[in-house]
Design a protein around this ligand. Sequence first.
Ligand code: SER
Length: 320
Amino acid sequence: MNQDRILITGASGQLGTVLTKKLQEKYGVINVIASDLRLDSNFKGIFETLDATDFDAIQEIVSKYKITQIYHLAAILSANGEKYPLNTWDINMKTFFNVLEISRLNAINRVFFPSSIAVFGDNIDRIDTAQYSNLTPSTVYGMSKVTGENWSKYYFEKYGLDIRSIRYPGVIGYQSLPGGGTTDYAVDIFIKAIKNENYECFLNSSTTLPMIYMDDVIRATIELMEAPKEAITVRTSYNLAGMSFDPAQLTKAIQKIYPDFKVSYNPDFRQKIADSWPMSIDDSYARKDWNWKPKFDIDAMTRDMVKNLKIKFSDKSMSC
Ligand code: SER
């Protein structure tokens, strides 16, 4: 079998930064091509500046490196997306259609498309939200993900494109900062705690949301991408669960390490988005099809975040 060569779009983002490193370890640095609008200053490896709305620019990279797999992470997230709805739709869909078409035309053998808990909205059971629930999202970001899921299934059924997808919960990690999401508070809060500052949360204290630790989400992504094709029964996007908690519970977990840490609450427009999302996720299809099992609960995640952020902050300051 020929060596896979992977293109990652959105490689400088919260998830892309970490996923790129993991894929470099697995596939070799020369076989992973990271791309984004901007280069992360700490990046090591092969990087191409890429605006993924530009079809020809993606095609050029795919030809130049003989790409066989694409992880398409570039997107505008839920909260930022609401500031410029039409622009968000244009960017999220244009980049995705470019990736779909280029994958079809170049016989790319595997594609990853991240979806999100943002696909859910009205008329769902918000506890243990089922795989096949109503998909009536409250944000443009969520609408772009629902549409993307359906197009993924269409390209699989019509063209045999092996595209796989996960509905990511809020992702928490120390390596990189999220940008413009509704679940970002769960990273911001740690940065304040480490700096011995108080935190003002933009969601109210009892807003329970599905979250996942970075180690788990990277492992889930790679496990899904490496699963045998026959095992994949969901061709839209898999529900995935890590843990669920609200800001008050996360504050308590942090206070086990920083007893004086204080959080105040000042909900903004993101509260309404969060209220439309599930509180917890039923991920039985992922568990059954590719043996998914998370390792981190809220306390294990909190200990690991604090330990690693302390190291990071003693090294150099992380911008936020
Ligand atoms: N973390 C994302 C957001 O808040 C959800 O996919 O937008």
